[in-house]
Design a protein around this ligand. Structure first.
Ligand code: 13P
Ligand code: SF4
Length: 354
């Protein structure tokens, strides 16, 4: 079992842990802020100060004035981004240090550096990395004149890059990159994919090539298939289907709406009472939305109830209580100074897109 908190915390009752967390929050007051991603367990979101998508939370970390301690209930790359963007006198903590993101791990630095040398060394390419990436890749992107994007601003980031160069090399999510390019009207014959597992046979880069996509994916979002949409529409005539842009293109193109986790929350909020909404994203968010909107029918798109991000699910009440009890002594996220400076460049370019 992947747990950060010692057994003595894991064995405590949920109500006891909730009371302990509330007490610590009260004691620390403005010195503490708890950021929670939309995919966190319900009980964690309810105890947090701010809930949001990865873009909103990174902006909140960058703007946080009062809190000296930022506890990030999310996955590792999110807490790292907060560490990079906040002030040096602030500290960032991740309550469960095993909470990673398999997609972020699909673009290790040695493979990225090799790929860059093979297909992008001509001075005509701007690197863009999805927020779901390690600090070292964000630093590489900063050093090579590129920027970071999230699912809520990928198109703006691509436009930023095209104002500066002929093509974009996008890491690590092939689907978000393809869906963004497709949404901008970029034809398929101007898009190629670089598969790090086959770097000996790289794609041919021609004068026409505008997008190079890294072959990475999210196993949670790629579990949604086109037949799930067909089945939902048969089962619930009039259903509205909203999905995250990490889903495969066939799913995104046949959905009614696509957007970040915050977009999905707003989409559900805006549907009239009595509507049925099927959602293609992570299960914890869907189940929270079903609770929060009892006047609407909110269902998971695959109908199988399986799109759980186990990494997001790793953070428990025990982890949060333990991190708060030993604040400053455990679970701190640190980033090497040189990497931090270069990575901040790429993140700040993203924040300036607004
Ligand atoms: P958002 O940026 O939409 O919150 O998504 C983050 C993520 O990890 C989706 O899988
Ligand atoms: Fe990573 Fe997918 Fe989990 Fe998002 S849902 S944190 S992309 S594994």
């Amino acid at each position: 079992m992947y747990n950060s908190a010692p057994k003595i915390y894991q064995n405590r009752a949920a109500d006891d842990l909730k009371a302990a967390i509330k007490e610590r929050k009260q004691l620390l007051g403005g010195k503490l802020t708890i950021l929670t991603h939309h995919y966190q367990r319900k009980e964690i979101v309810r105890l947090g100060d701010i809930v949001g998508d990865s873009y909103y939370l990174s902006r909140k970390a960058a703007e946080e004035k009062e809190a000296r301690f930022i506890v990030f209930c999310g996955v590792h790359f999110m807490a790292e981004a907060a560490r990079i963007l906040c002030r040096d006198d602030q500290q960032v903590f991740l309550p469960n240090l095993y909470a990673g993101c398999p997609m972020a791990d699909m673009s290790p630095m040695n493979a990225v550096t090799r790929a860059w040398g093979i297909v992008a060394g001509d001075g005509e390419t701007v690197p863009i990395s999805y927020m779901n990436s390690a600090a070292a890749l964000k630093a590489f992107v900063g050093d090579h004149g590129g920027l970071i994007c999230t699912s809520s601003n990928a198109q703006k980031a691509f436009e930023w890059a095209f104002a500066r160069a002929k093509r974009v090399f996008f890491f690590p999510d092939e689907n978000l990159g393809y869906n963004t390019a497709h949404g901008m009207g970029i034809p398929d014959n101007q898009i190629v994919t670089f598969d790090p597992a086959h770097s000996a046979t790289p794609p041919e880069i021609t004068d026409k090539t505008r997008i190079i996509l890294w072959k990475g994916y999210c196993h949670v979002h790629t579990s949604f298939r086109p037949e799930h949409l067909v089945r939902m529409r048969e089962r619930f005539p009039g259903v509205k289907i909203v999905v995250h842009p990490e889903c495969i293109p066939e799913v995104v193109q046949s959905a009614d709406a696509v957007g970040s986790t915050s977009f999905i929350v707003n989409f559900v909020d805006q549907q009239p009472a009595g509507s049925t909404i099927a959602i293609g994203t992570e299960l914890n968010l869907i189940s929270r939305l079903a609770d929060d909107f009892p006047d609407k029918t909110v269902v998971e798109l695959s109908g199988k109830g399986c799109p759980l991000c186990v990494n997001m699910y790793r953070t428990t009440l025990a982890d949060l209580a333990y991190t708060l009890d030993f604040l400053g002594q455990t679970n701190e996220i640190l980033v090497d100074e040189k990497i931090k400076n270069s990575a901040r460049l790429s993140l700040e370019r993203m924040l300036e897109l607004d």
